[in-house]
Design a protein. Structure first.
Length: 201
């Protein structure tokens, strides 16, 4: 069976906890005899110690990943006869420990929707809740912790639920960012919340 995957993506599903998870997604294989997919992963490139069968789903959540490790992922398709394709392109992620910019220091019940999102067709809304009136700042970072967009700085926000703040997938220079994983850091007073955002076209 041939490998006709276009791209494979990885999205941290739970970040800033002791045992993170990631969401691996991929573009579908279009062969008529497709029967399903398998996701392979490990801590060495192209040496995978773990595998999970995702059936015909084009995404799979991988749980119980330990902080302080690089994890590498690839996907293979298999047909109705049990033949398996070559691996897709490999993607990797480093699971951070607790002392870094992208680790939240308090659970503020924040997320974005839709996620992942296609900036050519939509924007993503950032949702967070304030117990009281607060000064809020929101920035978008790459996975290497470099700042790519300041949505706004030091805006006084009322108490209650907020979902009016959006990101259009553009950097500070006005260009669309490449596909990948980004982090919205919402600073609320002396607290912060990290939201993981997937950009997929």
């Amino acid at each position: 069976m041939k490998n006709r995957f276009q791209k494979t993506f990885i999205l941290p599903a739970v970040f800033g906890f002791l045992i993170p998870s990631v969401l691996v997604t991929w573009n579908p294989n279009n062969e008529n005899d497709l029967a399903g997919y398998k996701v392979y992963w490990g801590i060495q490139s192209r040496r995978y110690d773990n595998v999970v069968n995702s059936g015909l789903d084009t995404c799979s959540t991988i749980n119980d990943l330990l902080p302080g490790n690089n994890y590498y992922f690839a996907v293979a398709a298999y047909d109705s006869s049990g033949n398996e394709s070559q691996f897709s392109e490999e993607v990797s992620i480093y699971i951070e420990g607790d002392n870094n910019l992208l680790t939240e220091n308090e659970n503020l019940d924040s997320y974005n929707f839709p996620n992942p999102f296609n900036p050519l067709e939509e924007v993503t809304h950032l949702r967070y809740y304030l117990d009281q009136e607060e000064i809020v700042r929101i920035d978008i970072y790459k996975t290497n912790e470099s700042l790519i967009r300041n949505l706004f700085a030091d805006v006084n926000k009322s108490s209650g639920e907020h979902f009016e703040d959006i990101w259009d997938g553009k950097s500070n220079d006005g260009n669309y960012v490449p596909n990948g994983i980004y982090y919205a850091i919402i600073r609320i007073g002396d607290k912060k919340k990290v939201i993981t955002i997937g950009v997929v076209r």
